[in-house]
Design a binder for this molecule. Structure first.
Ligand code: MIC
Ligand code: SF4
Length: 645
């Protein structure tokens, strides 16, 4: 049986375990990336591990999320990260350089390599034929310290592409279509591997848009082959020598296959409030639009912005629309400035903002009350834009740009002729090398560089070893698809406190249930009950650390999203799933639970908890790997590592 590309790369990086679906394996990690909003925790944890230089080929610390600097907190975080980066031989990418995933693609990603990043959209690198995985911060800290990462081997879903996209349909529509087919939990426990004739028609930046949003499928990662287009892209970035051709074997066997005919796709939009709530733009109809935002790690490439400029050239942004554009990197901004495209955007009435995450994570540009906002981003969870009652639609740059002109959601494929817009393909360009945003020195190390910590940076909470008897009161009963944005919201007010868990914890679940933090503190030891796909979305371990700080002992859900489940275990919080579906309804807020013989019970695939008041018994599935069990027994990953060191 032939091999998938994903398994070939995993196989080449195997350190221990057997590469078969469901087994726990440890792989070598070649590269890591962090960004600032998860990075402060990562670097506090790295410091707690007492290590010297990092054990990877390359590690980069990007600053792109918290760049508003409305107070000293953001700048202090940047300085802290820069100082730790210097101590451990990590490249530091200054604010303004661009968005981590775009920058990593441009400058460091390479076919056949493994990349672990403390951000869920790290799989953007899969567009270059690498295994790029998003993980919790502590996993990335350990990867830097030891050069390894452990995971359960995912299955591989083959996404066979045929045909070619028509004008006005682009990579964003491909991944929206896949999300419509598979849903936001369709990728859990799997890698999405793209293959087939249609792959050839997609550039690396197209592919990166698709692998980026594979995160929204819940997939471990997504990957494309490395071919002539990969070579062209690497050459355009002055890195042609890093090209290696890579593909699955012709007879590779996938666990499942999804066939996508690119020629049949039309412009699509993900409607509020989920990336898989997808419909054709033509079916949604010409709803009035208040804001259009073009950017984010999904769609802020040179090609995306050149297409936008082509559509806006000589036209005017609709008087009732606010169009905001955030380029993916300084290189892209510089290039569109040199080509004249930037003037076309500004002249049309676009607001150009910093090369950073910006509005994607609610750092500014929140739409007005009740607004309809079209965004080329990857997530439209309720409230993520910073405006709770706004309706956010996810669309391609083409759909966003033409709608900014017409003022209503517009399908460019059917409407462009009326407007006289002819969208010519954009040719890949040669980019000048620019590492002026990178700080790195060979000479610095742990002995001659000290850590600089501002007053907002507080130690991270640590758990204790699981005792024999654990009690907890149910303090929240939540529905399906709870996101980490629901658990630990992020916006311009809260993001500056990512290095201050005691403060942040007060806002845990704030948008969903403002009484949660007080209730959890009151209970002392709490339990969260959730539905399917609990913890989808961001990799932020704050969604585990804040509950830990508030005394949460168990999270019991119908199913979990991958990164969040790991973050809970890393924090020493036990994730359990229902064996008997009826128990989900019975576990109401206020139920007092007790787990007797907890340490011994962790050896079993099914554990038993009891209602301390009524005596009712709950059988819950634990399904822990050996490593996970050890972490939980020790009270989290850091404690376990300290024990083994
Ligand atoms: C996101 O898109 O939600 C973020 C902000 O990039 C997160 C990381 C974070 O919460 O800091 C992610 O995707 O992992
Ligand atoms: Fe930044 Fe948004 Fe990408 Fe997250 S999804 S890394 S916030 S641009």
């Amino acid at each position: 049986m032939g091999k998938t590309l994903a398994y070939k790369i995993l196989g080449e990086h195997l350190v221990s375990g057997e590469l078969a679906r469901g087994n726990e394996i440890t792989i070598r990690i070649d590269q890591t990336l962090t960004q600032d909003s998860t990075g402060t925790m990562v670097y506090l944890q790295l410091e707690a591990m007492d290590v010297g230089r990092v054990n990877t080929e390359l590690s980069v610390a990007y600053i792109d999320h918290n760049t508003l600097q409305t107070g000293y907190e953001n700048a202090d975080d940047h300085t802290f990260i820069e100082s730790v980066a210097k101590r451990h031989g990590i490249l530091f990418s200054k604010p303004g350089g661009g968005i981590c995933h775009q920058l990593h693609l441009e400058n460091y990603g390479a076919p056949g390599k493994t990349l672990l990043g403390s951000d869920s959209h790290t799989p953007t690198g899969g567009g270059l034929g690498m295994i790029a995985i998003g993980a919790g911060g502590l996993d990335v800290a350990v990867a830097m310290a030891k050069g390894i990462y452990s995971l359960s081997v995912p299955g591989v879903i083959g996404i066979q592409l045929t045909g070619k996209l028509r004008p006005w349909v682009s990579a964003k529509d491909v991944i929206l279509h896949v999300l419509k087919e598979l849903s936001v939990k369709g990728g859990v426990g799997r890698i999405a591997e793209y293959y087939g004739d249609g792959v050839r028609s997609l550039s690396v930046t197209d592919r990166a848009t698709i692998t980026n949003m594979g995160a929204e499928l819940g997939a471990t990662t997504s990957i494309f082959p490395s071919d002539e287009n990969t070579k062209d892209y690497l050459e355009s970035q002055g890195r042609g020598e890093q090209y290696v051709p890579l593909a699955a074997d012709a007879d590779a066997e996938y666990d499942e296959i999804l066939h996508v005919d690119l020629s049949a796709l039309t412009p699509l939009a993900a409607m509020p409030h989920s990336p898989d709530n997808v419909k054709p733009v033509s079916e949604i109809g010409p709803i009035k639009v208040d804001q259009v935002a073009i950017g984010s790690c999904t769609n802020s490439s040179y090609t995306d912005l050149m297409k936008t400029a082509e559509i806006l050239k000589g036209r005017k942004v609709h008087p009732e629309v606010s169009l905001v554009i955030s380029p993916g990197s300084a290189k892209i901004l510089s290039k569109i400035a040199a080509s004249g495209a930037l003037s076309a955007l500004i002249d049309a009435g676009a607001r150009i903002i910093e090369n950073a995450c910006g509005p994607c994570i609610g750092m500014g540009q929140s739409p007005k009350s009740d607004a309809v906002s079209l965004r080329t981003f990857n997530r439209n969870f309720k409230g993520r834009s910073g405006t709770l009652d706004a309706d956010v639609y996810l669309v391609s740059p083409e759909t966003a740009a033409i709608s900014a002109v017409t003022g209503v959601l517009t399908d460019g494929m059917s409407e462009s002729a009326k407007l006289g817009i002819d969208l010519a393909p954009i040719r890949p360009e040669q980019f000048a090398k620019n590492d002026n945003f990178i700080v790195y020195s060979e000479d610095t190390n742990v002995d001659n560089t000290s850590v600089v910590m501002g007053p907002n940076i507080k130690p991270f909470p640590r758990n204790t070893a699981i005792p024999d008897r654990v009690t907890g009161k149910v303090v929240l009963h939540a529905g399906d698809n709870i996101t980490t944005d629901d658990i630990m919201p992020s916006d311009s007010k809260l993001l500056p406190y990512r290095s201050n868990i005691p403060f942040l914890a007060n806002f845990c679940f704030e948008k969903l249930d403002s009484g949660f933090a007080a209730r959890a503190k009151d209970a002392g030891q709490g339990v969260i009950v959730g539905g399917d796909n609990y913890g989808q979305g961001s990799s932020r371990e704050h969604a585990a650390l804040a509950p830990l700080y508030l005394g949460i002992k168990f999270v019991i859900a119908k199913s979990f999203a991958r990164i969040h489940r790991s973050n809970l275990i890393n924090s020493g919080i036990l994730p359990l799933t229902f064996e008997n579906p009826g128990d989900y309804e019975s576990l109401r807020v206020g139920t007092n639970l007790v787990m007797e013989d907890a340490r011994a019970q962790l050896d079993q695939p099914t554990v038993t908890l009891k209602d301390a008041d009524t005596g009712r018994v709950y059988h819950l599935a634990a399904h822990l790997t050996d490593l996970e069990r050890r972490m939980l027994l020790a009270g989290g990953k850091i404690n376990m590592l300290k024990e083994t060191l």
